[in-house]
Design a protein around this ligand. Structure first.
Ligand code: DGP
Length: 122
């Protein structure tokens, strides 16, 4: 898997390295601007991360640079949920910043499903 040459990357970014194929991941879905792969530490029977190929630190930054790519990310999220058979529903989570326990500063959507969720989240 190779990122289009016009996609900004950041040296040392784990998710940029997954997009570039330098770090292995269990790929689930790809579009011109997004890649989806299974989370290494799943928190539900189905737990997929959907990320933009472009390096931005969070989804707010993605919206600032490209609403089109943000929309593609959301569409890819819905497509992943469909492919995973999450007909009963799923949760999309954008952890943003340290208080939300964001640990990888390359924008990503957690798509979680396959079990009943609780609210409020912890
Ligand atoms: P967050 O805490 O929202 O920044 O989520 C980052 C997620 O990334 C976390 O659920 C674990 C996952 N993760 C971290 N390193 C790797 C990796 O090398 N491969 C995969 N597939 N997932 C990873």
């Amino acid at each position: 898997m190779t990122a289009p040459t016009d996609q900004p990357t950041e040296a040392g970014c784990l998710f940029c390295r997954i997009v570039a194929g330098e770090v292995p991941a269990a790929l689930v879905h790809e579009t011109p601007h997004t890649v989806a792969f299974r989370d290494i530490d799943p928190q539900a029977p189905s737990h997929v991360l959907v990320i933009p190929r472009r390096h931005v630190p969070d989804v707010g930054a993605l919206a600032d640079v490209s609403a089109e790519e943000l929309a593609e990310l959301v569409r890819a999220t819905a497509e992943v949920a469909r492919m995973e058979g999450l007909d009963g529903g799923y949760r999309s989570v954008y952890n943003t910043g340290p208080d939300a326990q964001q640990s990888v500063f390359h924008a990503h959507v957690h798509v979680l499903g396959g079990r009943a969720m609780t609210w409020p989240p912890g």
